[in-house]
Design a protein around this ligand. Structure first.
Ligand code: GLY
Length: 317
């Protein structure tokens, strides 16, 4: 049995591993780990405490996938519900659909008995106010994101607050004692995003894919790139075509080089094959550099450096 995830998922590994050790399913472990990240106020890229969109509203995306059945559930642009991963699981298990958006997802969360919560923490509100609402500099979304990424002042704040870069997200993949894989992704998306913007996290095949027969992959970073390149599915497909895990992940990262992009990009993935080999890859050398893993024999999770596959930056000017 095995858990892997983006570095910020470590907060939930103790419970996830406990579930796997008790004979629980990979799906249960993934959901439980992600709950911890979604409730972590210090994580400004996921759930409660996530940085808001340009209007100051926290909008969440999430997805979960069952490697045994290839069933999947996803929600996007959800307001006021702390655990989009559980709404996504509800969609997967209770509805004949894969994805619900916005008000429909919130209605379904209410039907599931979930409680509403204001997701904008005081700290996230303060960052938002300091960087966005008191500023008239951000005229268009394009300019806004260019500035958010290049402005040394914002970069310094991002450093100060850890992971609250313009994009973040959490990834978790589990292999349970029965040999089943599951993968989950949850995010508040880009800070200061255009309202209604949806990233790769809830898009099956882009930010998340899982198939017991080959393996699973999940992404963080500039989601638009994973959406245009079907990154998570590519990794699994390359394994299906006969590549080993590391070669498959490297090829999917190299595929991103074909994309011309309007903003300074960054992409990261974690992936596992059906036998429990695991890798982490990134385009960046200094951020999201680690991923985290724990086998059933380990007392605590360990961090491992991701392999760097730099992009050739084809930035549209
Ligand atoms: N990868 C998360 C996002 O772009 O929303």
């Amino acid at each position: 049995m095995l858990l892997i995830g983006s570095g910020n998922a470590e907060v939930g590994f103790a419970e996830g591993m406990e579930i796997l050790r008790r004979g629980g399913s990979a799906l249960d472990a993934v959901e439980a780990v992600i709950h911890h990240v979604e409730s972590n106020p210090e994580d400004h890229s996921v759930g409660y405490g996530g940085l808001p969109n340009i209007l100051g509203e926290v909008e969440l995306d999430a997805s979960i996938m069952d490697g045994k059945t290839l069933a999947a559930g996803a929600v996007c642009a959800v307001h006021n519900y702390e655990h989009p991963i559980s709404i996504a699981r509800g969609v997967m298990e209770r509805l004949p659909h894969v994805m619900l958006a916005g008000r429909g997802a919130e209605r379904f969360a209410r039907e599931l008995g979930m409680k509403k919560r204001n997701l904008l923490s005081d700290e996230a509100r303060a960052i938002y106010k300091a960087k966005i609402s008191d500023s008239q500099r951000y005229d268009t979304m394009r300019e806004l994101v260019m500035r958010a990424t290049n402005d040394p002042e914002i970069a310094a704040t991002a450093e100060e607050y850890g992971d609250e870069t313009p994009h973040g997200t959490t990834n978790v993949i589990a292999l349970d004692g029965a040999g089943n894989l599951a993968s989950g992704v949850s995010t508040s998306g880009w800070a200061w995003k255009y309202p209604g913007r949806v990233g790769d996290s809830p898009i099956i095949g882009a930010g998340n894919y899982c198939d017991n027969r080959y393996g699973a992959c999940a992404c963080t970073g500039y989601g638009e790139m994973a959406m245009r390149s079907s990154t998570a599915h590519s990794v699994v497909l390359y394994m299906k075509m006969g590549m080993g895990l590391r070669q498959a992940a490297r090829q999917a990262m190299k595929d991103l080089r074909a994309l011309a992009v309007p903003f300074p990009p960054g992409m990261n993935l974690v992936a596992m094959d059906r036998l429990g080999h695991h890798v982490g890859f990134t385009t960046e050398t200094d951020r999201w550099a680690d991923y985290v893993y724990q086998t059933g024999n380990m007392q605590a999770p360990k961090r491992k450096k991701r392999t760097v596959v730099p992009l050739e930056r084809r930035i549209i000017t």
